[in-house]
Design a protein around this ligand. Structure first.
Ligand code: ADP
Ligand code: MG
Length: 322
């Protein structure tokens, strides 16, 4: 066997070539890794963006924002309709959470549950409302600081109703007013009070000077005993609280059988409608939820339905059905 003679120069050249090959491989591998990451990384939420003069407000659900050309046009009234268990309340939590992230003040009306339960449920989906300052309107104390969220539940509504009754001279009328918690006028007064507490009103004004998110879960409670009034009440509420700087989610609870009387009052006055439903459980023997954007003003929104997945730790995830 003869020794292979390699000169210093040749050795150097080989080393250089090897090094170049190595760099090439490293570059290729990292390029691939980067591409995979870009494809797989969680979609980033843009809380607010303005295109063609329309400011879009994030729903907190990336797939929904995407289906809405970036989000809901600021100042819209969005009706969330559907039967129980379809995800309406969780959709509201995402909307509130996105607001807190964006620095928007939030008014959260809950007639279905105590806010404590809303907080607990939201936490299961990674939204920790307690990281923000929450003020309950039923509280006997003034807020120590300007809160991020003002909560209005049934106790808050009762407090406002009582305050309203105190200004009425006629005893009989006052008594009626005192217990009218689930009355549209009470709700309107409570929302105006919330705007005041959030410090978004000009002295003596009624229109917020900053963008506010208003959530009412649900409105059905206000016309539960008189469904035929749904349309009139929705209209009254809109006139009194709808402002350029208020983007609202209004939940309308309805069962399949009473669809027309319960749902449509609100849908008529809404700028947008998200409708949720589920497959007939007795036939499917499984809960399969869906959602569709029925309308959204000033938006070329997706026209297909989504399958709604509710995942622990994450909340709502939408899968388009195309
Ligand atoms: N931690 C959780 N993980 C997964 N799914 C959940 C969790 N908590 C609740 N859900 C699902 O969400 C449903 C409730 O959704 P919700 O928004 O309250 O419905 P709606 O307001 O339309 O009645 C429950 O019935 C359950 O199927
Ligand atoms: Mg609900």
């Amino acid at each position: 066997m003869s020794n292979i003679e390699i000169s210093e120069e040749e050795l150097e050249a080989i080393e250089k070539e090897l090094k170049q090959l190595d760099e090439e491989r490293v570059r290729k591998v990292s390029e691939k890794a980067e591409k995979t990451y870009e494809e797989k990384k969680p979609k980033k939420i843009e809380y607010r963006k303005t295109t063609e003069g329309i400011t879009r407000i994030s729903t907190g659900v990336p797939e929904l924002d995407e289906a809405l050309e970036g989000g809901i046009p600021k100042g819209s009234w969005v009706a969330i309709t559907g039967e129980p268990g379809t995800g309406k309340s969780i959709l509201c939590m995402h909307f509130a959470w996105a607001g807190l992230q964006a620095g928007d003040p939030v008014v959260y009306v809950t007639t279905e549950a105590e806010f404590r339960d809303v907080v607990r449920q939201a936490k299961m989906f990674g939204m920790d409302f307690e990281r923000y300052s929450i003020y309950d309107i039923s509280s006997a104390k003034e807020p120590a600081e300007t809160p991020n969220i003002v909560v209005i539940d049934i106790f808050g509504l009762l407090k406002i109703a009582r305050q309203m009754s105190e200004t009425i001279a006629d005893a009989e009328t006052a008594k009626k007013r005192r217990f009218a918690a689930l009355d549209i006028q009470t709700l309107v007064a409570a929302i105006h009070e919330a705007y005041k507490i959030l410090g978004v009103l000009k002295e003596g004004g009624k229109s917020p000077i900053r963008h506010v998110r208003l959530i009412i879960d649900s409105l059905s409670a206000f016309w539960a005993d008189k469904p035929a009034m749904a349309r009139k009440y929705s209209y009254e509420l809109k006139i009194a609280t709808h402002r350029e700087n208020v983007t609202a989610y209004l939940v309308s609870q309805y069962a399949m059988t009473t669809r027309s009387t319960f749902g449509f009052g609100l849908e008529h006055i809404a700028d947008g409608v998200f409708h949720l439903w589920m497959d007939e459980v007795e036939t499917k023997k499984e809960v399969i939820r869906y959602m569709i954007i029925k309308k959204m003003r000033m938006t070329n929104h997706a026209r297909y339905a989504f399958k709604v997945e509710i995942e622990p730790g994450k909340g709502i995830r939408l899968e388009p059905i195309k």
